[in-house]
Design a protein around this ligand. Structure first.
Ligand code: THU
Length: 126
């Protein structure tokens, strides 16, 4: 699958976001080692700190389906005009499940690919 297709899948997942507080809809797809795709979207809460990011949602979708190694996470923000990068918490979740590649929607400029190591070098591990 191309990076363009992965970003398109993340973008479609963002349509399912529940973001009435920020109006900032985010979608993500986590691609497991075996190639299976798990989507997620941000899920907000009136107690703002209880909100769940799209990447966390996709990673939890994969892990709660039995996955323990995720190769790629792609992310897209529908209501933005510049690339939305994963927050620090989501980057740490990526460390836990061995994510190698992160693809961010760059809109007209096309998908932007990073290694996870670029986004969170020296991530915490026990
Ligand atoms: N959000 C994500 O879904 N992923 C991130 O990496 C950063 C932020 C969500 C959380 C909240 O619902 C909205 O974007 C605005 O912060």
């Amino acid at each position: 699958m191309t990076n363009e297709e992965l970003v398109a899948e993340a973008r479609a997942a963002a349509e399912k976001a529940y973001a009435p507080y920020s109006n900032y809809r985010v979608g993500a797809v986590a691609v497991a080692e075996d190639g299976t795709h798990y989507t997620g979207a941000n899920v907000e809460n009136s107690a703002y700190g209880s909100s769940i990011c799209a990447e966390a949602s996709a990673i939890a979708h994969a892990v709660s389906s039995g996955v323990r190694k995720i190769d790629t996470v792609a992310v897209s923000c529908l209501d933005a005009d510049e690339p939305g990068y994963p927050c620090g918490n989501c980057r740490q979740l990526m460390v836990e499940f061995g994510v190698a590649r992160v693809i961010v929607d760059g809109f007209d400029a096309g998908p932007i690919e990073h290694t996870r190591e670029e986004l969170i070098p020296h991530g915490f591990r026990l």
